[in-house]
Design a protein around this ligand. Sequence first.
Ligand code: UN1
Length: 531
Amino acid sequence: MDQGRPRLHRSSANASVTSVIAGNEVTQAPGGMRRSVNPARTGEVVAEVALGDAKTFAAAARAARAAQPAWSDVPAPVRGRAIAHIGRLVEANAGALARLVTREIGKPYAEALGEVREIVDTCDFFLGEGRRLYGQTVPSEMPDKQLFTFRNPVGVVGVITAGNFPVAVPSWYLVPALLCGNAVVWKPAEYAAASARALFELFIRGGGLPDGVLNLVLAGGEQTFAGLETALGEGCLDKVGFTGSTKVGARIGELAGRHLQSPCLELGGKNPMVVAPSADVGLAARAALFSGFGTAGQRCTSLGTVIVHEDVREEFTAKLDQAVRQAAVGDPFRDVVYGPMLNERFADRFEEYLSWIQPHHRLLGSTGTGRITGANPREAFVGDPEAGIFYHPVIVDGLREDDALFREETFGPLIGLMGYRDLGEAIRLANAPGYGLSSSIYTRDPAEVFRFRRGISAGMVSVNNSTSGAEAHLPFGGNGKSGNGSRQSGVWVLDQFTRWQSMNWDYSGSLQKAQMDVAELHADESFRLTD
Ligand code: UN1
């Protein structure tokens, strides 16, 4: 990686980042200026961000509407080439992009590189789709008539993404949406604006995208919502893709529904891991460490609750406690399991989750709880805890079904632990919070694997693997509070960004009426074989 050109410019300490509509930078900031700060060193400003407002979003949707027809006229194989070039350019800039992600949201550098890899994987998958985008030829029930199906682009897609995966998750939308012939308005998380702008540049330059085909809008949540309302009302938006909280997803779903649209919603998770008596307990403990605390527990696929069989509960708990206690936390440019919270907003919310801890809970995994400071130190800390927004990992043992910590997603370095006696009970507990994104089971019993797969409500099931770390070409998405059943990635996402059109062509020269002018064959239903 990191070969070839052009390269991303080394970002200066106070780089200013703006929205871009139809190829023009929006230098005004009707939504105000906002600082994007390094959460591992809060004294370091990564970028000054000029925020737009509802009007900025609506203007971007109009620009996209104007640019879309010409883009959909570009032959799909040529659009596929654009995706190929974007992938190569991202690869050539992998180190710089990953460093920016680490600086801006505090994801450990190795993970940030993995995130960039996920963009390249997505481009690699879709570059060939330009030469497929298959429709079908289908036989007709009448002679001299042929049936066909075609995939048409939906039109203009509005994409709103979170900042925990500031570049990979956006690419899951942008790559297939563009490949299918749509124009896009992308509204990334404001606190990850510099990473978003860098990815935007790589798409525009790598893809040679005409002005207006991809637009970037930097704006706050409420202004974006108002902009969505305007754009939908004006008929300038045909599809909304949203990755973020369940609460906001429900609002977006409601708004889109009023316009008879089904959005692509990728929401929160309360992802369970079941550890069965036959499990490799040490392996399960290592997986719980990675999926519970990697990215400081701020993935939508992060582990929520471990549901462990009573026969192995003590052994598992001891191993996990030890692994988490020893895990390096701190400076994300060094070798750590996790770094800081994404930004202060997430730290504030995490403080609230910590307030849900009850006297019946036993806390494990660290030398303290809450923010890591000189006065509240963590043994395995790398760097200066006071420089950034770092939190102790928490294992909450003894979770009960009516605990808020059991029922709600707790975005951050916190997992719950509870016991079970039979698999039916474990599956019931795994489904009880009502989310359904990812899940995991550790067992050596194949019958348990298939019983769990069938019973679990999640869109994704891992067997002897962690809840996070989905590969970029399998359907990704959830049910219940985790989404509306939409799926991203692989061939499955094509149904989000295209609409099927069917065509029938009668070349018989007569009016053949379907269901009426159909030849019938007569079966002898009374026929029986003689013994
Ligand atoms: C997310 O947190 O929104 O499976 C996406 C994973 C990653 C993607 C997570 N490949 O954990």
